[in-house]
Design a protein around this ligand. Structure first.
Ligand SMILES: [Zn+2]
Ligand SMILES: [Zn+2]
Length: 503
């Protein structure tokens, strides 16, 4: 679209007007003062506040939106701005030159209109498309924030919960470093309640849609007086504004200075950890003065070091809710397993591990580094037990296979790292074949080990890393687990130690 500049205000224009310009060509976007007598649209206020959207995403006519701009109720932002001679996408923060492309644009009539390829899946941001945000007064979002929960926190959870509440009230930052199975969701309840009681808006963002679907009903149940908005690609509540939002990190792209508290779950998980634009989105979605709470069972090395040096405020929950220590991995050398696998066989030591689980009817997960290897191995595995299955990320039957494992119809599931997080199978034993592979980072191995011993009725579990040469990642994962156990015992969060843990 195009504008003309008249009396220090933008006017809507057409591409045939020789005096018109695109928003990209303006050095400065004039912002009219708020006209208090203007009867602004409350629907628009509800829809747009805390967001930054394209015209295409707004179910309001352009003329109506522009009238709100003229009366000071809407901000226009450049979709793409030029900083130090380089294009930067306002929505996703992309500044990599080859993630931009030019096209002949019908909207502005320019032959070379630049657009961002990086966030194109959410609709095209180009040089001539403004992004719109609300500049008027904030709408009151209804609901009573009372917390309805009668569970009890473990000692470790209670300590972390207090720290979270303090950070939220002080608009500070905090990392909650909680072992797998510590129960991190309950740790957030008091802090969220305190924020809501002060009229603040809270967002829990997570890299995975599964987690949005799992968390929303839990939070809705403990905060019955409000409507929890669940946002993920394709969700119907995508346009809902609520005091408590559970969102995928991707959906944060559409927000702008919306939240007083952002809680990022699994801050170390793909794609959030690897995608700077998602981190940009999280920053953009926060108000200038706001709290940022990060949750992780396995913070990356940089964060771990910052914690150690005292440069990052953090709190640990080193013990599981059920007060048993984390099962510690055993490392077992298994020779050149890849060569053995290519002959259609398994190293003897791995076969023994598998046979033992099948005879004793212990459910088992076997992690492999590559899908191809899984396919080679499966026919041979089925000679041990027909019901053995394999699952990977693109598997269309992924959900059904996981369910069969839960129902104990599958005695052993061969898997790639997709099952490293989120899944719980009571009483499961876990093995990694080829633990030295690059894909098995310290955090992947700690997460995999974290699948074992989750339930209080079966708090133990065997974890074996079968390898052809130990890696740093394996040693670090081992140390992280034993250190957490030690810290948990010292703090009185677990009742006993495992053999060898005292020294
Ligand atoms: Zn254009
Ligand atoms: Zn972009």
């Amino acid at each position: 679209m195009r504008f003309t500049l008249q009396e220090n205000k933008l006017k809507l224009s057409t591409s045939t007007d020789p005096n018109s310009t695109t928003i990209a060509a303006l050095t400065h976007i004039p912002q009219p003062e708020i006209n208090p007598n203007y009867p602004f649209s409350q629907n628009l206020q509800h829809f747009l506040q805390g967001r930054m959207l394209l015209h295409d995403e707004l179910p309001f006519p352009k003329e109506q939106l522009h009238e709100h701009y003229e009366n000071g109720y809407i901000h226009y932002h450049k979709g793409i701005s030029i900083e130090k001679g380089k294009p930067v996408c306002t929505r996703c923060g992309n500044s990599t030159r080859h993630h931009f492309a030019a096209f002949s644009c019908a909207r502005c009539g320019e032959k070379e209109c630049l657009y961002c390829r990086h966030c194109i899946m959410m609709g095209r941001v180009s040089s001539c498309t403004p992004l719109l945000s609300w500049a008027g007064p904030a709408a009151h979002l209804s609901g009573t924030a009372a917390l309805k929960w009668d569970g009890t926190l473990s000692q470790g959870q209670a300590h972390a919960s207090k720290k979270v509440t303090e950070a939220i009230q002080a608009n500070g930052e905090l990392l909650v470093w909680a072992v797998c199975g510590a129960g991190k969701t309950e740790v957030l309840f008091a802090g969220i309640a305190a924020a809501l009681a002060q009229g603040k808006r809270v967002c829990i963002a997570t890299p995975r849609t599964d987690v949005v679907l799992e968390l929303s009903p839990r939070l809705q149940a403990v905060f019955p007086g409000i409507k929890v908005a669940a946002l993920y690609g394709g969700s119907e509540e995508r346009n809902e504004n609520s005091v408590l939002t559970i969102s995928t990190t991707h959906q944060l792209f559409r927000f702008h200075e919306a939240f007083d508290t952002i809680i990022i779950d699994e801050v170390d998980a793909f794609p959030f950890s690897a995608d700077r634009s998602l981190q940009h989105a999280a920053q953009k979605a926060r108000k200038n003065s706001s709290a940022l709470i990060s949750l992780s069972a396995t913070p990356n090395e940089k964060w771990q070091n910052e914690c150690k040096k005292g440069n990052r405020p953090f709190v640990t929950i080193p013990g599981r809710y059920h007060r048993h220590p984390l099962p510690v991995p055993e490392m077992k050398w298994c020779g050149d397993w890849e060569k053995t696998l290519k002959r259609g066989k398994l190293p003897l030591i791995v076969e023994t591990w598998i046979t033992k689980r099948l005879t004793e009817k212990t459910p088992a997960l076997l992690f492999l580094p590559k899908i191809e290897l899984m396919e080679v191995l499966l026919p041979y595995m089925k000679t041990f037990d027909e019901r053995i299955e394999a699952v990977h990320a693109e598997d269309p039957q992924r959900k059904e296979k996981v369910q069969r494992m839960r129902n104990k119809e599958t005695p052993l599931l061969v898997t790639t790292t997709i099952l490293e997080r989120g899944v719980t199978f009571p009483g499961v034993d876990v093995a990694v074949l080829g633990a030295e592979d690059r894909i098995f980072t310290e955090s992947a191995l700690v997460q995999i080990a974290g699948r074992a011993g989750r339930s209080s009725s079966q708090p133990n579990g065997n974890i074996t890393f079968f390898h052809y040469g130990k890696t740093n990642a394996m040693n670090k994962a081992y140390r992280q687990i034993t250190n957490m156990n030690k810290e948990a015992f010292e703090k009185g969060l677990i009742d006993y130690v495992l053999p060898g843990m005292r020294n």
